[in-house]
Design a protein around this ligand. Structure first.
Ligand code: 4NP
Length: 154
């Protein structure tokens, strides 16, 4: 079965584009054929590029995201993707609340992929400073590595 992964946060301009980029990097490293995308539960940033601080850290880590554009989670995503990962518990609750009853995607919390970090959120860095984006990158890359390795061995 082909695997497709959607990362979902609130605005789709900070955390989920970074999760998308980190996971693409890991999937390429392991030679995984996987479709990867990100979306937001909110609609404020539809069509916008990622936050400049997210773009800066992604560039620094060798996974540029300047080309990405914000989009909102859509009903079709629940069928198009095999896995949907929420960046925090509020996003997860929203994703589950909007899920069609016959959704086929497996829906979960991103950091549940990381041993010892189940239930933890990837904290929203939007209202903080650049240091918060380093933490975001660290969190999403730990999850990306664990997820890619799990998918590679299944
Ligand atoms: P994200 O961060 O969910 O990681 O993309 C946010 C971006 C924008 C807003 C909130 C969080 N906002 O309120 O506009």
């Amino acid at each position: 079965m082909s695997v497709s992964v959607l990362f979902v946060c609130l605005g789709n301009i900070c955390r989920s584009p970074l999760a998308e980029a980190a996971f693409r990097q890991e999937a390429e490293r392991l030679g995984l054929a996987v479709e990867i995308d990100s979306a937001g539960t909110g609609d404020w940033h539809i069509g916008e590029p990622p936050d400049h601080r997210a773009r800066a850290i992604a560039q620094l880590k060798g996974a540029p995201i300047d080309h990405l554009r914000g989009r909102q989670l859509a009903e079709g995503d629940y069928y198009r993707f095999t896995h949907i990962y929420a960046l925090d518990a509020e996003n997860l609750a929203n994703i589950l609340a909007r899920a069609p009853s016959d959704a086929t995607a497996e829906i979960g919390l991103l950091l549940d992929c990381v041993p010892g970090r189940a239930g933890e959120p990837v904290a929203d860095p939007y209202y903080g400073d650049e240091a918060g984006f380093e933490i975001t990158w660290s969190d999403v890359s730990a999850a990306a590595r664990a997820l890619a390795e799990r998918l590679a061995t299944n």
